[in-house]
Structure formats: structure tokens, C-alpha cells
Design a protein around this ligand. Structure first.
Ligand code: SAM
Length: 378
């Protein structure tokens, strides 16, 4: 017996006496990932993405077909604080494992004002969102999502209030911001009505199993999956006429495997990694925190770059390295041509992110087919 972290990432109620393993929020994410593996959507939207937990999982999950992943939330502060979770890591550039491009976007906006940039979306997940909507907002939600965006599939989850009797100290709702919590019957009546109005089929499931003797109460979280019955072309005109109401907070293009890379591209890839590493080490050693606009300028000797086996394997001599890097517009040299000038942000210099640990210096060398297109990095 322990706590329930089922309903929210930060549960309000100290009411819980049921332990879920894995926690119910992870079970919800896993449920969505399993559905995505079966349905193979190319475009996925996480409505009410909050701390971007599901998006982070979807970016890292193997074998998914997603090419465009978009998060939407009304709360700009929560988006700002969690944007970093969606960025590609340095290791993603060095050893990409993704076979297809993936673009990740984060928008601030409301589920009730669909944005034309989300038109034609294959799958929308709304986990633990609807119970946070005031009645008038909830009333607009189906027309905006099912009527206008008209995704091929919609996955909705919400607390099952039938289950609440298993939280003996719970009074009221599971979270302070819940505007309601529905029984399975109430949820199914609402979902059936939406499905009928917007021409969807709907299936019910849940996660967070009840104890054996309480199976009649259903799951801790109830889930509905809607599948569109109509051909979506008819509705595209509606979404095309909608305004672009969302504010773009972030956009990241994740690197993917590209079969062929030129010699210069390989050298640049490795050199960038070690220039960054050496710059960070230098700043840490010098304790230099003087910066212009938050950036610290560092001069990295080419001779030091040549000490790394990956660079040596690509360039026969220091001169070879210099000539190759000089062809790359993105590398700046000092007047002598013996040092590369780079700048790192104060945040980077303070980061102890182990993705940049030099201990990987002999391991991260990549074989030809493991590189990505540098043009896809930004
Ligand atoms: N889906 C998240 C997950 O599974 O990790 C948790 C969602 S959190 C419990 C509910 C989120 O809905 C909050 O981040 C809140 O800002 C967002 N929200 C509330 N009203 C909204 C609206 N009208 N449009 C978009 N997001 C909204």
C-alpha cells in the first residue's frame, strides 16, 4: 500500500492507498504508444500536453511511424519550462537511430480554437484534459476537435470516478483543478453522443487495474478511442478557413540516418562534437564566466582536436584537418588558422549533461551509415 500518482504528474490528493506499477500516467503513455504502433499514424497531436511527458516518450519510442509530432497547451509557462525535453540530444546527431525525419512542434493555444496547421492530423491524444475544462469550454471542445480538425483517431482519457471509493481519504476530486470527474456511465454517454454526432466509432478501455475484489469498479483511468468513419477530404475546407490562432513555442527537426555522407560532412560532424567538448572543459577549468549576451567565446587549438582517435581516423594530418574545416562556412578560425573560435552559452557551460562526457570519445565514432544530413540539424 502506498501512494497513487495516477491522475496527475503532481497528485493533489494525499488520499491514495493504491500502488500502481508502473504509475498510471506511464500506463496511459504506454497505452497510447501501443495504439500508435498498431495504427501507424504519421501526424500526431498531444492536446493538453502539459509537461510534454507523452511527447518525450513518443520521440524516444522505437518503431513508431510519426513524422510530425505536435504538442498544444493553453499554459505558456508550463510549455516554456518543458520545451527542452523535446530537443534532439547531441548523441542523436552523432549516432542517429531514427530512420525517418521527425519534426516536433509546440504550440500555445486552446483546444477550442483549432489551428489550420493541425489540419489533416492522423491521431490526437487528449490525456487527462477534459476534466480540466469548464462546462462552456467542454461544450465547445467536440465541435473544435472532432468537427473541425476531424482526426482519423482520437484518444481521450479521464479519471473514472467509480474508482474513487478506493481512495478512502479522498474528498472531492482527485486534483484541485478538476472541474468534474465522471463515472464510466457518464463518460460513455458523453463519448457515444460525440461519436454519433461527428461520425466516429468508439471503443472503451482503461489503465490502472483495480484490486481483484474491486474489479466491478473498473480502471483508475478510463480511456475512449474514437475512429473516424468518414472520408476526411470533405472537412479539410473547414479547417483551411480557420485562423492560425496558436503561438509557435518551439520547433525541432530530429536527425535521422542518411546513408551517404561526404568526407567533409563526417569531419565536420566529429569536429563539432569535440570543439564543443573542449570548449566546455576549457571554461570549466578556467572558471571563466565572462560572457557577452550569455555566450562565452572560446578558442580551441586544432592540435588538441587532432588528439581524438575519431578525428585522426578521418584526417591524416593537422593540415588536412585545417583545410577540411576551412571549407566549412560554419567554422570560424582565429587569424593564425591554428585555433577554432566557438562560443558556448552559460547554460551549456554549467551543464553536466553526461551526453557530452569525454568518456565516450573512443566509442562514439560512427561508421559511414550512421550519419545524418547536417542540413537536417537545425
Ligand atoms: N496530458 C498530460 C499528460 O498526460 O501528461 C496531462 C494534462 S494536464 C493534467 C491538463 C493540461 O490541460 C494542463 O497542462 C492545462 O494547461 C491544459 N489545458 C487546460 N485547458 C486547456 C485548453 N482549453 N486548451 C489546451 N490545453 C488546456
Amino acid at each position: 500500500m502506498a501512494t497513487d500518482s495516477s491522475s496527475e504528474s503532481k497528485p493533489d490528493a494525499e488520499c491514495s492507498c493504491i500502488m500502481f506499477d508502473p504509475p498510471v500516467y506511464k500506463q496511459r503513455y504506454n497505452w497510447v504508444i501501443k495504439a500508435i504502433k498498431q495504427l501507424n499514424p504519421k501526424t500526431v497531436v498531444d492536446m493538453g500536453c502539459s509537461e510534454c511527458g507523452l511527447m518525450q516518450k513518443l520521440i524516444r519510442a522505437e518503431g513508431l511511424s510519426i513524422k510530425e509530432l505536435t504538442g498544444v497547451d493553453i499554459d505558456g509557462v508550463v510549455l516554456q519550462c518543458n520545451t527542452y525535453k523535446l530537443k534532439p540530444l547531441m548523441t542523436d546527431y552523432l549516432k542517429p537511430s531514427r530512420e525517418h525525419p521527425l519534426t516536433v512542434r509546440l504550440y500555445q493555444g486552446s483546444v477550442t480554437e483549432p489551428d489550420s496547421r493541425l489540419g489533416n492530423v492522423d491521431l490526437v491524444a487528449c490525456l487527462e484534459l477534459i476534466e480540466h475544462l469548464e462546462a462552456p469550454v467542454l461544450a465547445q471542445f467536440p465541435a473544435a476537435l472532432f468537427g473541425k480538425l476531424n482526426p482519423r483517431v482520437v484518444i481521450l482519457s479521464t479519471p473514472n470516478s467509480d474508482f474513487n471509493v478506493l481512495f478512502p481519504t479522498l474528498t472531492g476530486f482527485r486534483h484541485w483543478d478538476h472541474k468534474f470527474e465522471w463515472s464510466r456511465r457518464e463518460f460513455q454517454i458523453w463519448c457515444d453522443g460525440v461519436a454519433q454526432k461527428y461520425d466516429y466509432d468508439v471503443l472503451y478501455d482503461g489503465v490502472g487495474d483495480p484490486p481483484e475484489q474491486s474489479s466491478h469498479l473498473g480502471h483508475c483511468t478510463q480511456i475512449a478511442m474514437f475512429t473516424s468513419r468518414n472520408t476526411r477530404l470533405l472537412l479539410l475546407s473547414q479547417i483551411n478557413s480557420a485562423a492560425d490562432s496558436y503561438e509557435l513555442f518551439a520547433e525541432y527537426r530530429h536527425p535521422f540516418i542518411k546513408q551517404k555522407l561526404t568526407h567533409e560532412e563526417k569531419v565536420l560532424l566529429e569536429a563539432n562534437y569535440y570543439i564543443n567538448f573542449l570548449a566546455k572543459s576549457q571554461v570549466a577549468d578556467d572558471g571563466d564566466t565572462s560572457s557577452v549576451d550569455g555566450a562565452i567565446e572560446v578558442s580551441v587549438p586544432l592540435s588538441k582536436l587532432m588528439t581524438f582517435p575519431c578525428i585522426k581516423a578521418l584526417c591524416a594530418s593537422l593540415e588536412d584537418l585545417r583545410m577540411t574545416l576551412m571549407k566549412c562556412n560554419s567554422i570560424t578560425f582565429d587569424p593564425s588558422g591554428d585555433h577554432v573560435i566557438t562560443s558556448i552559452t552559460c547554460e551549456e557551460s554549467a551543464s553536466d549533461d553526461n551526453e557530452d562526457d569525454v568518456s565516450c570519445d573512443t566509442q562514439h565514432c560512427s561508421s559511414d551509415h550512421m550519419y545524418t544530413d547536417p542540413e537536417c540539424w537545425d
